[in-house]
Design a protein around this ligand. Structure first.
Ligand code: NAD
Ligand code: TDX
Length: 339
């Protein structure tokens, strides 16, 4: 079995690479990643020692290079994680989101059509459903919830999802789509809420909470997401969408306070800054379908997952300190300097 994992040098993709290499010692895992600011080869240091693993620095929009790779590897399965993933960056500059998230998805699926594939899996997001109101805790996103996006990021992911469904219906491509809630855990890029707050708190820097911090996200430990995708690619029904979520809704402000508590830092570091434009209020996934069909359930409780995550950031300072000392610093100044 050969699996192409795109975006495998990023947060969730790298966790998936390690999950698959550990669980299936006879699988060949080929990582395709062009190493944007969010991709980091050092994350794959251990994987690179494994003879069943190959890393290819390729942009998923590069049709010629992708076709050549398919000719070399004859993959059975493609799992497409590669994406521009940060909502704030999409608000600043949407174009690259359209290129990678939509066009790149089309190129990957065209290669699957041309060379044949057992399964193409698209890693999507709960953000394609838009948001839910705070005063209706009874509402959840199901797979039937209409697509209703808010940001250029979520719109580009929704565009990709629609293309995947079109390729399934029009060309009979054997596709599946998963829409997961917010992930957290090791190798999470420090522009995202949880790792940003951990890094800033450790440096006694202000903790920039957008608006009042009342927005709700449904947090899932990254390993649980990887296990769900593993189940879908092996046992999920072709043509289907599966929602993945932790039933773990939390307000941003409560997450930030919890991180302060765990690190023994004062809540006075919390600084309320200008809200994100078009900021989604609440995400909440109903994971009944994946539970009933594939037996998936989240295994890591948030109280344990956040402790493990903080421990990982304490023990792997070099990984994130290298990132935040580089070009990322310019981005940070631009984003938060005037807020
Ligand atoms: P990330 O930003 O950490 O990683 C993205 C990876 O894709 C990086 O390694 C980057 O170099 C690579 N990449 C970007 N553009 C590329 C291109 N054109 N060609 C090849 N490689 C490219 O993202 P993440 O948080 O790991 O998210 C992975 C996927 O999961 C994305 O599709 C995202 O939409 C989805 N998702 C993320 C979350 C979350 O909470 N992080 C939740 C649900 C879904
Ligand atoms: O500095 C911050 N302050 C703050 O209050 C940052 C970076 C974020 N926030 C808020 C915005 C959101 O309400 O925290 C919440 C989480 O923000 P992000 O970490 O940027 O994640 P989010 O916008 O929810 O999107 C994430 O989950 C869905 C991923 O980045 C997406 O790729 C995924 O699809």
């Amino acid at each position: 079995m050969t699996i192409i994992v795109t975006g495998g040098a990023g947060f969730i993709g790298s966790n998936f690479v390690y999950h698959m290499l550990n669980k299936y010692p006879d699988y060949r895992i080929v990582c395709v990643d062009c190493l944007t600011y969010a991709g980091n080869l050092s994350t794959l240091e251990e994987a690179l020692k494994n003879p069943n693993f190959r890393f290819c620095k390729i942009n998923i929009c590069d049709r010629e290079a992708i076709y050549k790779l398919f000719e070399e590897e004859h993959p059975d399965i493609v799992v497409n994680f590669a994406a521009e993933s940060h909502v704030d960056r999409s608000i600043e500059n949407p174009e690259i989101f359209l290129d990678t998230n939509i066009k790149g998805t089309a190129v990957m699926m065209d290669a699957c059509r041309k060379y044949g594939i057992k399964r193409y899996h698209q890693v999507s997001t709960d953000e394609v459903y838009g948001d839910l109101p705070l005063d209706r805790p009874d509402l959840f996103f199901t797979e039937e919830t209409p697509i209703h996006t808010s940001s250029p990021y979520s719109s580009s992911k929704a565009g990709a999802d629609l293309l995947v469904q079109a390729y399934h219906r029009t060309y009979g491509l054997p596709t599946t789509i998963s829409r997961c809630s917010n992930n957290y855990g090791p190798y999470h890029f420090p522009e995202k809420l949880i790792p940003l707050m951990i890094a800033n708190a450790l440096a006694d820097k202000p903790l920039p909470v957008y608006g009042e911090g009342l927005n709700v996200r449904d947090w899932l430990y990254v390993e649980d997401h990887c296990k769900a995708i593993d189940l879908i690619i092996h046992k999920g029904r072709v043509g289907e969408v599966y929602n993945i979520g932790g039933h773990n809704e939390m307000k941003n402000i409560d997450i930030v306070k919890l991180i302060c508590k765990e690190l023994g830092k004062p809540e006075s570091l919390i600084t309320h800054v200008t809200d994100r434009k078009g900021h989604d209020m609440r995400y909440a996934i109903d994971p009944t379908k994946i539970h009933n069909e594939l037996g998936w359930l989240p295994e890591t409780k948030f109280a344990d997952g956040i402790k493990k995550t903080i421990k990982w950031y304490l023990e792997n300072r070099e990984w994130w300190e290298t990132i935040i000392s580089g070009e990322y610093q310019n981005y940070y100044e631009k984003m938060y300097g005037n807020r």
